[in-house]
Design a protein around this ligand. Structure first.
Ligand code: NAD
Ligand code: MG
Length: 298
């Protein structure tokens, strides 16, 4: 969190640095059970009406980056629908409360986006309950490390692609029925698209696919005045990483190699999603913005 003074910006809150405690949760994991708990901006994010009256659907909005985006969007004046898995109901309930505390409408739609039918239903329900849709954040993701292509099963490969690639295609396609001119689609890629880790063979491919999808779709939808962009996070302290996203020895050192010497907290990336969604950011499309603690590689 930063505070403006008359002549300088001071960092007033230092975020957690490694080493972290080893911690393993079953997939999909809960933010509430992480130690330390991630900062999603619950007490720090201040809005200024940047998204007044907007209507957003955010997948994976219960925890991590999606939750930080949901909080920021509500504080900027948007009504927000979130999707998540049924096992994540307790995290999602906290997000619903936070959105409603801003006087905004919150819509919670649990369900598994690996099903095309559910994806279509999700978009329909979100648009009907919000009374329209003009921001789509494709953010849900699956990351399970695997040391070798020899042990990576077709089931795992398929689940990663269904969650990260197919669902984005299905949800976006369904959303186009509702998105008016001026709408914004924001996808969540990763630095893994550009610098894949050996142990994230399937995941890294999906994140590269998201970049190509973003750039191609931005060209298709230009004539409809719908912008399509992506955010590429580096290491962020979220449930994804502690429920099989990384081996435990990497959880302990998570973020250590970033020039800032720590992982990002979800609250630190939400402003990129706000900026992409703003109507006055109207000439930016087909772009990927990276937030990875300073490597400068993207
Ligand atoms: P997270 O675990 O908090 O969020 C991921 C969410 O995806 C889950 O909360 C869950 O609701 C959702 N999800 C997973 N499988 C699903 C399914 N089958 N159906 C419906 N929902 C499903 O972790 P996060 O790090 O905030 O992840 C958000 C996005 O950020 C992901 O796309 C991830 O790949 C990306 N990302 C994260 C990092 C990082 O270091 N945390 C880095 C780069 C990219
Ligand atoms: Mg979650």
């Amino acid at each position: 969190m930063t505070v403006q003074t008359t002549n300088k910006t001071l960092i007033t809150e230092e975020y957690p640095v490694p080493p972290f405690k080893k911690q393993q949760q079953p997939m999909p994991g809960l933010a509430s059970k992480m130690d330390p708990r991630p900062d999603h901006g619950e007490t720090s994010y201040r809005g200024s009406g940047k998204l007044t009256g907007r209507k957003a659907l955010i997948t994976g909005g219960d925890s991590g980056i999606g939750r930080a985006v949901a909080i920021a969007y509500a504080r900027e004046g948007a009504d927000v629908a979130i999707n998540y898995l049924p096992e994540e109901e307790s995290d999602a309930a906290e997000v619903v409360q936070l959105i409603e505390a801003e006087g905004r409408k919150a819509v919670a739609i649990p369900g598994d986006i690996r099903s095309e039918k559910f994806c279509q239903e999700l978009v329909k329900q979100a648009a009907e309950q919000l009374g329209g849709l003009d921001i789509l954040v494709n953010n849900a993701g699956r990351q399970q490390f695997n040391e070798s292509i020899r042990t990576l099963s077709t089931e795992d490969f398929d689940a990663t692609f269904k969650t990260n690639v197919y669902a984005m295609f299905w949800i976006t396609k369904a959303a186009l029925e509702y998105l008016p001119a001026g709408s914004s689609i924001i996808n969540t890629s990763s630095v893994q698209a550009y610098q894949p880790s050996a142990i994230l063979l399937d995941y890294a491919q999906t994140k590269a696919s998201i970049v190509a999808f973003t750039k191609a779709l931005a060209q298709q939808l230009g004539k409809d005045k719908i912008r399509v962009n992506a955010v590429a996070p580096g290491p962020y302290w979220t449930a994804l990483q502690v429920c099989g996203g990384q081996p435990q020895e990497k959880v302990e050192k998570f973020g250590e190699s970033a020039p800032l010497g720590r992982p990002g907290q979800p609250a630190e990336i939400a402003p990129l999603y706000v900026t992409f969604a703003q109507v006055n950011n109207s000439f930016t499309s087909g772009q990927v913005w990276c937030s990875d603690g300073g490597t400068g590689t993207l």
